[in-house]
Design a protein around this ligand. Structure first.
Ligand SMILES: CC(=O)SCCNC(=O)CCNC(=O)[C@H](O)C(C)(C)COP(=O)(O)OP(=O)(O)OC[C@H]1O[C@@H](n2cnc3c(N)ncnc32)[C@H](O)[C@@H]1OP(=O)(O)O
Ligand SMILES: CC(=O)C(=O)O
Length: 523
């Protein structure tokens, strides 16, 4: 059976704390969802702000190819005719082919929040839906607080959805607005609601009990044919149902449902990351299906098994959702992790070397190193252990100073290097000691390695480890670098002195780049 996917990232997702899409962001996300084959894209609330109103004008001028565009609004205001209601006018002007109307299901909300009679609320629902149907628009009716309302007063809750159904709504969407329902309640109530209306049912859940995806799937099993949710579960409070997980579960794990019929499932990971990037948010690393850790294997016994049979510790093939298998190296590693990480070195047969690499990894992790986010440092460690690494330069000394000049901090670094037989001695200023060291190091290497010009630092993280040792505590510095090929790599340094730890991570980063460009990648 076909299950319609209704995306509300641009409306309900934008209600999440820290989420703020520009007009261009919204248009780009809508187009990506359209390419992926989502059935409905809810673009916003045109009454709410000019950006949302403008979004619909942009899409009216250049329509989506597949997805139906939905404009969201509430039922008419109390005591106002639909034609005179500013919210209705904004929805009409949006030109959106689908109008999604939210209305009250719960008698408690009708009395305490709207402060109108139960009859007036029914009239608000029926007249609003009818108004848009008569204008030739498709109307999706979102029944707010549906499950709470049904639990408190099922007769009245049923009357609200019957009002929408009789007025011509195409779907009645049951909303778990406060996210407090359990899957067994959802199943029972969806079945009871299905006995009261013939209009197709949809489900819209929130994640306050961490059950939004489970509740969506339970509703589908009970008869819902449309699922509303957001990419990555963005949304108010604890978020909405993550439409990525809903889609993957319906397509891969459950039997008999069809979603994204155009074979776009293998682009789910790309879509998830695209939305994170546009929202300027970090990926949720352990996000099911699409997170960077979703198929990352760390425990030595697991890696051993996965090397033999991938599905021994994977519930699906990562590629089916566009993700990839990763092997992590850490103190929890066994020889299998090292073998998996060093395939290009062709050293798997050298058990002694494998054991010495493993011992060094465990020893270094014990001192505070972490190689999970520093694969480039790990690769250099392997080369050093295998005797195939020749440093491109050697440090003679470095010096950094920070002083205040006229109330402004000025940071300077001096670096003295031996490059072959030549001594190079350079000084540079920077925004801080690490930036100044980076600049002086590059100056000292200037003219020898022009490819370093296309490389820059993109992230710098410092973490105090062993903090109970107070001032003697070590720090771990992780640096992320990127080059003009778009490759990103991580390196790590650990020391009691943050400048030394930074230097070590910096040097690894440059050595990795030089090895890579010589066609001698460290891994
Ligand atoms: C469950 C959901 O996610 S629903 C969507 C929630 N999203 C948002 O609120 C984001 C966009 N909202 C906005 O920009 C603004 O709230 C607006 C433009 C819609 C309204 O702004 P204002 O007119 O200043 O009203 P305000 O937000 O303070 O209060 C909401 C009003 O709508 C009324 N209202 C709430 N729900 C409904 C409804 N379903 N139908 C009719 N009126 C409703 C409230 O009773 C209140 O009116 P009152 O003060 O006369 O009682
Ligand atoms: C409509 C909606 O967003 C809700 O009830 O949660």
């Amino acid at each position: 059976m076909k299950i319609e996917l209704y995306d509300t990232t641009l409306r309900d997702g934008a209600q999440g704390e820290g989420v703020n899409f520009s007009l261009e962001d919204k248009v780009m996300i809508a187009r990506r969802l359209d390419e992926m084959g989502f059935d409905y894209v809810e673009g916003g609330y045109p009454l709410s702000n000019p950006k949302d109103a403008e979004f619909f004008q942009r899409l009216a001028a250049e329509p989506l190819k597949y997805s139906k565009v939905c404009a969201f609004g509430m039922t008419r205001r109390k005591g106002v005719a639909p034609a005179d209601d500013p919210g209705m006018k904004a929805l009409v002007e949006s030109q959106a082919p689908v109008i999604t109307i939210v209305g009250k299901t719960s008698d408690f909300h009708v009395h305490e929040v709207l402060r109108v009679s139960l009859e007036e609320n029914l009239a608000m629902i029926g007249e609003t839906v009818e108004y848009f149907v008569k204008l030739g628009r498709q109307v999706v009716y979102d029944a707010e607080h549906f499950f709470d309302g049904w639990k408190a007063n099922p007769e009245y809750a049923a009357q609200t959805i019957q009002a929408a159904s009789q007025a011509g709504a195409s779907h009645i969407v049951m909303c778990d607005t406060n996210g407090g329902s359990m899957p067994e309640e959802v199943v029972r109530i969806v079945k009871e609601a299905a006995a009261k209306v013939t209009t197709p049912l949809g489900i819209h859940t929130h994640n306050d009990c961490d059950l939004a995806v489970a509740n969506s799937l339970a509703a589908v099993d009970a008869g819902a044919v449309q699922v509303q949710g957001t990419i990555n579960g963005l949304g108010e409070r604890c978020g909405n149902a993550d439409l990525v997980s809903v889609t993957a579960n319906l397509a891969i794990k459950k039997q008999g449902y069809e979603v994204l019929e155009r074979g776009e499932l293998e682009h789910l990971t790309e879509l998830s990351r695209y939305v994170y990037e546009i929202a300027n948010m970090s990926y949720r690393i352990n996000q099911p299906f699409v997170g960077p850790s979703a198929f990352a294997h760390k425990g030595g016994m697991h890696v051993h098994a996965v090397n033999r049979v991938a599905e021994s510790y994977e519930h699906i093939a990562p590629e089916s959702v566009g993700n990839e298998r990763r092997v992590l190296v850490s103190e929890l590693s066994g020889r299998s992790n090292i073998i998996a990480m060093t395939t290009k070195h062709d050293i798997a047969e050298d058990k002694q070397l494998m054991d010495s690499i493993l011992r060094e990894v465990v020893d270094k992790e014990n001192k505070g190193y972490q190689f999970e986010a520093a694969e480039a440092s790990f690769d250099l460690l392997v080369k050093r252990a295998a005797g195939s690494f020749t440093p491109h330069f050697e440090l003679v000394k470095f010096h950094t100073s920070v002083e205040s000049r006229g109330g402004q901090p000025v940071t300077e670094a001096t670096v003295k290097l031996l490059v072959g037989d030549e001594v190079r001695h350079e000084v540079a200023e920077g925004d801080g000691p690490v930036n100044a060291l980076d600049a002086a190091l590059r100056k000292a290497l200037n003219g020898l390695f022009p490819n370093l010009r296309g490389m820059h630092l993109v992230d710098y993280k410092v973490r105090v480890i062993n903090s109970e040792a107070a001032t003697a505590a070590s720090v771990r510095v992780v640096i992320e670098s990127r080059d003009s090929d778009g490759e990103v790599w991580g390196t790590v340094g650990v020391d009691e002195n943050v400048i030394q730890a930074s230097w070590d991570a910096l040097v690894d980063s440059i050595e990795y780049k030089l090895c890579k460009d010589e066609g001698n990648p460290a891994s």
